[in-house]
Write a protein that binds this ligand. Structure first.
Ligand code: PGA
Length: 263
């Protein structure tokens, strides 16, 4: 039996997180060129590519006449100043970035705490950009303790942002054990976690907030599992790592999301 929908269908968001790839500007230019050629020209899904900072300019130019918009993988809590090695939101905005990924587990593994993720998310939302905050458990246990981990990550962020910015606030549920492993969460896992996340949103921001926040899934998404994760999993889109570095694979996922959104 198909589970009844808990919220109205959102426009799917498909975000490619290139991570620290590729190794050169030339290769980044080629990948962007491949995406420009293969991603369907139009469609209901919103599509983003988030390359490393040094490639934003070249990738942005290559994608200019496509439906793919520019994203960034992180930002500083500060706008500008004496913060060696950091990149602030105003800089990203001036490069044409529209969406910023925050609190990815690979950044949390380097020591980024919930409070910092919350502060960055608030800064991005305040600037008018879309914030994609990543949450996810390190491992699953039979007792369901991972729900507490998710709730702590989520509450820290939700308590830091204003109700008026929720339309630009996106959550990416990315279980750490599913990232880059080829072992994605099942569609049932994703649907269950979406319900749980919605409950925490309702508790902290009120019931009306639930329908405004998009909840994506990330972790070994590819063209073979995308459809099920959208339909049964009820994901509002995907944050894609490995498969975003292959233009044809990424395009296939965009096509699946377009088809789902039209149905
Ligand atoms: P993956 O990465 O698709 O390679 O599992 C997802 C992510 O880290 O955002």
């Amino acid at each position: 039996m198909k589970t009844p929908r808990t919220t109205k269908k959102h426009q799917p968001l498909i975000i490619g997180n290139w991570k620290m790839n590729p190794k050169s500007l030339t290769e980044a230019d080629m990948l962007a060129g491949g995406l420009a050629k293969s991603v369907p020209k139009t469609g209901p899904a919103a599509v983003y590519a988030a390359p490393p900072y040094p490639f934003l300019d070249v990738v942005g130019k290559k994608l200019r006449r496509t439906r793919i918009s520019l994203g960034a993988q992180d930002t500083s809590t500060q706008d500008s100043g004496a913060y060696t090695g950091q990149v602030g939101v105003p800089m990203l905005k001036s490069m044409g970035v529209e969406i910023v990924i925050l609190g990815h587990s690979e950044r949390r593994a380097l020591g980024e705490a919930n409070e910092e993720v919350a502060q960055k998310t608030r800064g991005v939302l305040k600037s008018g950009l879309i914030a994609v905050a990543c949450i996810g458990e390190k491992k699953r246990d039979r007792d369901g303790n991972y729900f507490n981990e998710i709730e702590a990550q989520l509450r820290a962020i939700l308590e830091a942002i204003t109700a008026s910015s929720l339309g630009r606030f996106v959550i990416a549920y990315e279980p750490v054990w599913a990232i880059g492993t080829g072992k994605h969460a099942t569609a049932e896992d994703v649907q269950e976690m979406k319900l749980f996340i919605q409950k925490v949103i309702s508790d902290t921001q009120g019931r009306k907030a639930v329908g405004k926040v998009r909840i994506l899934y990330g972790g070994s998404v590819n063209k073979d599992n995308a459809e099920e994760l959208l339909t049964i999993g009820e994901a509002d889109g995907f944050l894609i790592g490995g498969a975003s570095l292959k233009a044809l694979e990424f395009s296939a996922v965009v096509h699946i999301a377009d088809t789902y959104a039209r149905s």
